[in-house]
Design a protein around this ligand. Structure first.
Ligand SMILES: [Zn+2]
Length: 355
C-alpha cells in the first residue's frame, strides 16, 4: 500500500513537480516581463514629463520612436508673445552733477543696462549736425513707382556723395557720440555728420556697407526686426547685420513690423518698441538706444514709451538740423533723394538746406 502509494504517489508527484516547475517558469517569465514593462513605462513617463533639462535633452537623444513622439510637444519651445515688464529698466531721475563715461557708449558693446544720460550740471548743448536719411542704395527696378524711386539713391551717386564727404573733411559719427556731446559736452570730431539708413534693405549690406568700409565711415541702420526674423526677400539677414555690427556700424530699432504707431494701446507699443530693441540686443550684444519712427509717425504715447524704455533719442522724417537733449525724441533728419544732385547734396551737408 505504501509502495503502492509511493509508487502511485511519484506519478502525480512527478506530474505535479513538472507542473510546478512550469508554473515557476511561467511566473518567472511574468515577473521579468513585468519588470521590463515597468522600466519601459518609467522611461516613457520620465521623457514625457521631463522634470529637468537633462532628461529633456536625454529624451531628444533617445532613439526609440515612441519616446520621441511623446516628448515632441514639450520639447518645442514656443516663444511667449508678451514682453515681460521685468526687462523694462526703471528710470530714476538723477541730479548727480558729474557723470562718468558710460561703457555702453564706447565701441565695445556692454550687456549691462545703462540709464539715459542726463546733462552735466543740468546744462545741455544743442548742436547743428546734418543727419542724412537714406533708404535704398540701389538702382530702382524698371516698374518702380514714384515712392520707390524717391526712396532710392543709386550706388554711383551714393559713392560720389561719400567721396564728397571724405574730400571735404566730414566725419561720420553715431548717435552715442552725439548724446555724449549734448549731455557731457564732449568734443565732437571736425565736421560731424550722421548717416542713417531706414528699413534694413539688402542693398544696405551689398552696396552701402562696402562703400562705407572703403571710406572708414560709420553708418546707423534702423531695422524693422520682424522683416529680418521672417527672412523677407529684399532685406538683410541676421548674419549680415551681425557682420556689419562687428565692423562697428550701429543697428537701432525701427519698430517690429513698421506700422503706424499712433493711437495704439500700451501693450501694442511695448510689442513694437521693446520687442525689436531686445531682438537687436540679442544679435548685436548690447542694448540699442535710438529709435526711428516708421514713416515718421508718432504721438505722445509713443514718446512716453520711448522714455519709459530708456531710449536715448529718436529720429523723425521731418527736416531740420537742431539736435539737443530737449528734443531728443524728435530729432530731425535731411532726406537724400533719388534726384538730389551733388550740388544740392553739398548744400544739405553744409546746412544750407531749406524745406
Ligand atoms: Zn521705414
Amino acid at each position: 500500500m505504501r509502495q503502492n502509494l509511493s509508487n502511485h504517489d511519484p506519478t502525480p508527484e512527478g506530474g505535479s513537480g513538472l507542473f510546478g516547475s512550469l508554473l515557476l517558469f511561467i511566473v518567472l517569465l511574468f515577473f521579468i516581463g513585468a519588470v521590463l514593462n515597468q522600466d519601459e513605462r518609467h522611461t516613457a513617463v520620465a521623457s514625457a514629463n521631463p522634470p529637468t533639462t537633462e532628461s529633456n535633452v536625454l529624451a531628444t537623444l533617445l532613439p526609440t520612436p515612441t519616446i520621441a513622439d511623446t516628448a515632441t510637444p514639450t520639447n518645442t519651445p514656443t516663444p511667449t508673445q508678451t514682453p515681460t515688464p521685468t526687462n523694462t529698466p526703471t528710470i530714476t531721475p538723477t541730479s548727480t552733477p558729474s557723470i562718468t563715461p558710460n561703457p555702453a557708449w564706447t565701441a565695445t558693446p556692454s550687456p549691462t543696462a545703462s540709464p539715459l544720460p542726463t546733462p552735466v550740471d543740468g546744462i545741455s548743448t544743442t548742436v547743428a549736425i546734418p543727419v542724412l536719411m537714406y533708404h535704398y542704395i540701389s538702382v530702382p527696378p524698371e516698374d518702380a513707382d514714384e515712392y520707390r524711386i524717391d526712396l532710392s539713391v543709386t550706388p554711383a551717386n551714393f559713392r560720389t556723395q561719400m567721396q564728397y564727404l571724405a574730400d571735404n573733411g566730414f566725419t561720420p559719427i553715431d548717435f552715442y557720440t552725439l548724446s555724449r556731446a549734448i549731455t557731457n559736452h564732449e568734443l565732437l570730431p571736425p565736421q560731424p555728420i550722421i548717416l542713417t539708413f531706414d528699413d534694413g534693405y539688402l542693398d544696405n549690406y551689398e552696396i552701402a556697407f562696402p562703400i562705407l568700409q572703403e571710406f572708414g565711415f560709420v553708418g546707423t541702420f534702423f531695422i524693422p526686426t520682424e522683416f529680418i526674423d521672417k527672412n523677407r526677400v529684399g532685406y538683410m539677414s541676421w548674419p549680415m547685420i551681425e557682420t556689419m555690427a562687428a565692423a562697428g556700424h550701429r543697428f537701432e530699432p525701427h519698430s517690429r513690423t513698421h506700422p503706424d504707431l499712433r493711437n495704439r494701446d500700451e501693450a501694442y507699443l511695448i510689442w513694437e518698441i521693446l520687442g525689436p530693441q531686445e531682438t537687436l540686443a540679442a544679435h548685436i550684444g548690447y542694448t540699442p538706444r535710438y529709435f526711428s519712427y516708421p514713416s515718421g509717425r508718432y504721438d505722445d504715447a509713443v514718446l512716453e514709451m520711448l522714455q519709459r524704455l530708456d531710449f536715448w533719442g529718436a529720429v523723425t522724417t521731418a527736416g531740420g538740423d537742431q539736435l539737443g537733449f530737449e528734443n531728443r525724441y524728435t530729432w530731425p533728419r535731411l532726406r537724400i533723394r533719388y534726384d538730389t544732385p551733388l550740388g544740392e547734396f553739398a548744400d544739405v551737408v553744409y546746412l544750407r538746406w531749406d524745406e
